[in-house]
Write a protein that binds this ligand. Structure first.
Ligand SMILES: CC(=O)N[C@H]1[C@@H](OP(=O)(O)OP(=O)(O)OC[C@H]2O[C@@H](n3ccc(=O)[nH]c3=O)[C@H](O)[C@@H]2O)O[C@H](CO)[C@@H](O)[C@@H]1O[C@H](C)C(=O)N[C@@H](C)C(=O)N[C@H](CCC(=O)O)C(=O)O
Ligand SMILES: Nc1ncnc2c1ncn2[C@@H]1O[C@H](COP(=O)(O)OP(=O)(O)OP(=O)(O)O)[C@@H](O)[C@H]1O
Ligand SMILES: N[C@H](CCC[C@H](N)C(=O)O)C(=O)O
Ligand SMILES: [Mg+2]
Length: 517
């Protein structure tokens, strides 16, 4: 596939028309990170939030880059070519491209021959539940024997063969490179988490989606978006049919959570939409909406999941879900609704739904006889913490403990709000470190404490292993301990260093179990 790419085709897709002075030559991959450059690659040097990528041009050339793209300072410099002469007399063309960062996703899409048009891409956005919904869809499709890949927080790659990822949504270039790799590997469907950062930073502009899914919107990331309305606008840009607002090439059919206040509004504005609700009281409204819907007539919460009486435009079914909590009923229904909207057969989908297993680090229960029950969960927003605590309460006959902290260098405003939630929904609170990053750990704890009215049932143990160890020692067999915030993460970031650390491993060691989940 890539053998057909060359300097001339790249120049043309950038909009170049003139006769080039250079003979044509083959190109391999587009790269935005000099450390990943290989022979015959194109290095794209962009100015980032921390460093200027242009500083790495010499490194990229020494690693094998044969073309460089840089941001043009003004429109008149678009497609200006400078020639970098190397000691061995070879010449490397450096092309200036106007609005390079914004156009990068579209450029990469064309360079890789529009890979998303050859796949069924399902884009999932929302504050909480993206990983869960995209993993559930991928799990179900894999059970239905469709080769499926994933891109998201837990990793990227074919389902069950994920490579860890730094970001939830990859860079504009890496998204398209990976999609092209999936096409080569004959993948049929890709479920992809699309973060608000990904949307706001133009990482997905060149994407054709078969379906787009919205889970919910609540407070997070205001360090970046500043206001909820700007945050909502970023999310809406995945669905908007308006050419001026929209952030992807094709939105496809949208599957929207009707239980969310933003979702409810957006449903009215969308031409091709399926509405989803896990509130029994919404069922009549859903039917009256006159659009495809997936709802429920009854839910029974059980020790190991929930029995869901689902009603939908496609038919009714009873699903025995293995996932804990009301929010996971919502996630599961969104996954089912997406597959039904994409015309997968009703009986196959609802039958498989009962076999779907919990996602790593999301409401993951660890329990041994005569010890308290531990739940490891990734709740790191006020809404998620509330939902995870409410779900944990159902399984708690004694006291409900919560151990949590907040990530450093991230939205500070959510810290006291998470404390308020913890105080309202848990009996005992242990404040500890999440990923402090470059912030002072005690400053983060202090910010969290601002949301507490009482301090009697609150312990502060900054070392996370110690916090878990002490809590497990004190808790009684009927108690439940929710350890929130890190879920699947197998690291802790302190300063700029990433240390190996895992809540799951810590708990298993303390409980004396190796591979129980
Ligand atoms: C603030 C932010 O979002 N930064 C993202 C951005 O980095 P940047 O462009 O600013 O990079 P930079 O470090 O200044 O470097 C500039 C350029 O030099 C290049 N470089 C750098 C070093 C080198 O040796 N060689 C080299 O070529 C870099 O590849 C880059 O192209 O683009 C990078 C590539 O896409 C991202 O990895 C990086 O995410 C950082 C790590 C991050 O923490 N982002 C968070 C805020 C984020 O994006 N989170 C969201 C959502 C989370 C959620 O799910 O809730 C996500 O999608 O992950
Ligand atoms: N539908 C939901 N509504 C509210 N909270 C949820 C929902 N789904 C999951 N959660 C909570 O949010 C946590 C993170 O879930 P998940 O990883 O699926 O979300 P995400 O959107 O991918 O998060 P991130 O933005 O960090 O990647 C879960 O561990 C749970 O506590
Ligand atoms: N995707 C989320 C992950 C947060 C997880 C938490 N452990 C933290 O480090 O804050 C974010 O970037 O905000
Ligand atoms: Mg995620």
């Amino acid at each position: 596939m890539l053998a057909t790419n060359s300097f001339k085709t790249l120049f043309e897709l950038l909009g170049g028309r003139c006769n080039l002075k250079l003979d044509d030559f083959p190109l391999n991959h587009l790269r935005i990170d000099s450390r990943k450059v290989k022979k015959n690659d194109v290095f794209i040097a962009i100015k980032g939030h921390t460093v200027d990528g242009r500083a790495f041009i010499p490194q990229a050339i020494s690693m094998g880059a044969v073309v460089i793209l840089v941001e043009a300072s003004r429109k008149s410099n678009d497609l200006k070519i400078d020639y970098i002469k190397r000691e061995n007399k070879s010449i490397i063309p450096q092309i200036s491209v106007f609005q390079l960062s914004q156009r990068l996703s579209l450029i990469a899409n064309e360079f890789y021959y529009s890979p998303s048009t050859k796949l069924s891409v399902i884009g999932v956005t929302g504050t909480n539940g993206k990983t869960t919904v995209s993993q559930l869809i991928a799990q179900c499709l894999t059970l239905l024997n469709e080769k499926t890949a994933l891109m998201g927080t837990i990793g990227n790659g074919i389902y069950n063969e994920l490579e860890p990822s730094v970001n939830t949504t990859l860079s504009a270039v890496d998204v398209q490179t990976l999609l092209a790799e999936f096409v080569e590997k004959q993948v049929k469907a890709v479920t992809m988490e699309i973060s608000s950062h990904g949307l706001a930073m133009d990482r997905v502009k060149g994407l054709n989606c078969a379906a787009t899914v919205f889970t919910n919107l609540s407070r997070d990331h205001l360090d970046y978006h500043k206001t909820m309305s700007r945050y909502a606008k970023a999310k809406w840009s995945l669905f908007s049919p308006d050419e001026k607002e929209k952030q992807v090439l094709t939105t496809g059919k949208s599957i929207i959570n009707y239980d969310d206040k933003y979702g409810k509004r957006w449903i009215e504005k969308l031409p091709q939409v399926t509405a989803v609700s896990c509130q029994t009281k919404s069922l009549r409204r859903l039917k009256a909406l006159n659009i495809p819907y997936v709802g429920v007539s009854m839910i029974e919460y059980l020790d190991k999941g929930a029995q869901i009486h689902m009603e939908s435009s496609w038919g009714n079914a009873i699903i025995n879900s293995r996932l804990l909590g009301e929010f996971n009923v919502s996630n599961l229904l969104l996954a089912i609704a997406t597959l039904l909207t994409l015309n997968y057969p009703f009986f196959a989908v609802v039958n498989m739904a009962s076999f779907l297993t919990p996602i790593c680090g999301r409401m993951e229960v660890l329990h041994v006889k005569n010890s308290s029950t531990v739940i490891v969960d990734y709740a790191h927003t006020p809404d998620a913490l509330q939902k995870a605590l409410q779900a944990s309460r159902i399984h708690c006959k004694g006291s409900l403990w919560v151990i949590f902290g907040c990530g450093g260098d991230r939205d500070t405003g959510k810290r006291p709000l998470m404390a308020e939630i913890a105080e309202q929904f848990a009996d005992k609170i242990v404040l500890t470190n999440d990923n402090p990053r470059t912030e002072d750990e005690m400053k983060i704890i202090h910010d969290i404490q601002q949301g507490l009215y009482h301090t009697d049932n609150v312990h502060i143990i900054t070392n996370r292993v110690q916090a878990i160890t002490q809590t497990l020692k004190q808790a009684k067999p009927n108690d439940v301990i929710l350890i929130a915030g890190k879920g699947h993460e197998d690291y802790q970031i302190v300063g700029k260093t990433k240390y190996h650390y895992s809540d799951q491993e810590t708990v298993k060691k303390l409980l004396g179990v190796e591979n129980q989940s």
